[in-house]
Design a protein around this ligand. Structure first.
Ligand code: UD1
Length: 356
C-alpha cells in the first residue's frame, strides 16, 4: 500500500504525527511519503515541531509559503499534482482544516485518488471563517472520514455523507499529547519564564477576525489590565506579531514571547491557572488536561469541549476578558473526564481501518 500524508501547518503536524507512526508500524512494507506544503515555514512554526514530534524528514517540500487564500491554495494544488503523479498513492491523508488540507483533498480527488480526512465533521456553522469552508469542502471530497466526537457524525449525516465512510476513532491530537506527556510535564517552562505554576494565564490569539482588525488593540488593553492581577504569558503567532507592531504592548506582567515548540508550549498549558485562546486545538488540549479554557470567539466547532470539557465561550469581545478572575474563582474544582476515545489510541484505530 502506498500512502501520501500531506501536512503544512503547526496543528497539522500535531494531528498527523501519530498517524504516520501507527501506519508505518502497521504496514512496514508500504510506501509512506510525507509532503510538507510549506504553509508554515519559520523554524519555530515547522522544523521544531517535526523534530519534537518525531516526524521523519518530509519526502517532498512544496514551499508554498504565505499569500492570499487563493494564492496559497492554488500553489498547493499546482505543486502537489506532479508529486502525486510520481508517488501514485492508494490513499492521500489530510488532517484538520487549513488551506493546505482543502487544496490537497481537491488535488487528490480530481486525480481519483481516495482521500482520508483526519478530524472530520467539525462545524462552527460560521462560513466567515476560512477554516469552515475548508472543512465542508474537504469532507465532501473525502472517502474515509475519521471523527473524534459524536456531533461530527450528526454534522456529516446532515450534509448527506453516508455512514460507511465515517469512522469514530478518537482524537489524534490527544495521542500526541499522551505520547509526550512525560517530556512536557518535566520541561518546567513556567519557571524559565519566571512565572509560578497555577498562577498565570496563558494566551494565544491568531484568528483573522480577532487579530487583523481593531479588536486586537482592545484585547491587548484588557490583557494589560488582567496582568495587574495575574501574570499573562503570551507566545505571539507571526500573524499577530505583525499586526501588533502598531500597538503599544509593553505592560507590567504581560510577558510576550516568540512562538514556542510543542514541549515548551504544552508544559505551559499543563501548568497554567487558565488559558485564553481563539485556537481550536487548544480547546481540546485544555479539556484533556483539565485546565480552564476561555475562548475569545462567538462560536466553536468543538462544542464537546464545552459540554464535556473545561471550555467557556467568551464571545468575540475583548471586554469579556475582565470576567476571567471571577469566573476562575467560581469554577468547580473537579476535573471532568476526557471525552470517550480521547485516550492516546486514536491513530491505532485509524491504522486498523486503513489496513483493512
Ligand atoms: C493557519 C490556518 C489556521 C490555523 C493556523 C495555525 C488557514 C486558512 N489558516 O493560520 O486555520 O489555525 O494556521 O497556526 O489555513 N507566517 C510567518 N511564518 C510562518 C507562517 C506564517 O511569518 O511560518 C506569517 C505570514 O505573515 C503569514 C501569516 O503568518 O502571512 C499567516 O499565515 P497563514 O499560514 O496564512 O495563516 P495562519 O494565521 O498561520
Amino acid at each position: 500500500m502506498r500512502i501520501v500524508y500531506v501536512i503544512g501547518t503547526r496543528p497539522n503536524f500535531v494531528k498527523m504525527a501519530p498517524v504516520i507512526g501507527a501506519l508505518r508500524a502497521r504496514l512496514p512494507e508500504g510506501r509512506h511519503a510525507i509532503v510538507h506544503t510549506g504553509q508554515h515555514y519559520d523554524r519555530p512554526m515547522s522544523e521544531v515541531f517535526l523534530e519534537q514530534l518525531g516526524v521523519p524528514a518530509p519526502d517532498h517540500m512544496l514551499e508554498v509559503g504565505s499569500g492570499s487564500h487563493a494564492q496559497q491554495t492554488a500553489r498547493v494544488v499546482e505543486r502537489l499534482e506532479p508529486v502525486l503523479e510520481e508517488e501514485r498513492p492508494d490513499l492521500v491523508m489530510v488532517p484538520g482544516d487549513v488551506n493546505s488540507t482543502v487544496a490537497a483533498a481537491l488535488t487528490a480527488a480530481k486525480m481519483q485518488i481516495p482521500v482520508a480526512h483526519i478530524e472530520s465533521g467539525l462545524r462552527s456553522f460560521d462560513r466567515t471563517m476560512p477554516e469552515e469552508l475548508n472543512r465542508i469542502v474537504t469532507d465532501q471530497l473525502s472517502d474515509q472520514l475519521f471523527i473524534h466526537s459524536p456531533e461530527a457524525d450528526d454534522n456529516l449525516h446532515a450534509e448527506g455523507i453516508s455512514a460507511e465512510r465515517i469512522h469514530l476513532v478518537g482524537n489524534t491530537m490527544i495521542d500526541t499529547l499522551v505520547a509526550l506527556q512525560d517530556r512536557f510535564r518535566a520541561a518546567g517552562s513556567a519557571g524559565r519564564l519566571g512565572v509560578e505554576p497555577g498562577r498565570y494565564v496563558l494566551v494565544t490569539l491568531h484568528r483573522p477576525a480577532l487579530v487583523d482588525g481593531p479588536l486586537l488593540a482592545a484585547t491587548i488593553e484588557r490583557l494589560a489590565t488582567l496582568a495587574r492581577e495575574m501574570p499573562v504569558v503570551f507566545p505571539v503567532h507571526p500573524r499577530t506579531r505583525s499586526m501588533m507592531e502598531a500597538i503599544d504592548s509593553e505592560h507590567p506582567g504581560l510577558l510576550l514571547c516568540d512562538p514556542l515548540g510543542y514541549i515548551d508550549f504544552l508544559s505551559l498549558v499543563a501548568d497554567a491557572g487558565a488559558v485564553l485562546t481563539d485556537s481550536g486545538g487548544i480547546q481540546e488540549e485544555t479539556t484533556y488536561l483539565g485546565i480552564p479554557c476561555f475562548t475569545l470567539r462567538d462560536n466553536t466547532e468543538r462544542p464537546i469541549t464545552i459540554t464535556a470539557g473545561t471550555n467557556t465561550l467568551l464571545g468575540l469581545d475583548p471586554a469579556a476578558i475582565a470576567q476571567l478572575p471571577v469566573a476562575l474563582a467560581q469554577r468547580p474544582s473537579n476535573r471532568p473526564e476526557p471525552p470517550p476515545l480521547w485516550d492516546g489510541h486514536a491513530s491505532k484505530r485509524i491504522a486498523d481501518v486503513v489496513a483493512s
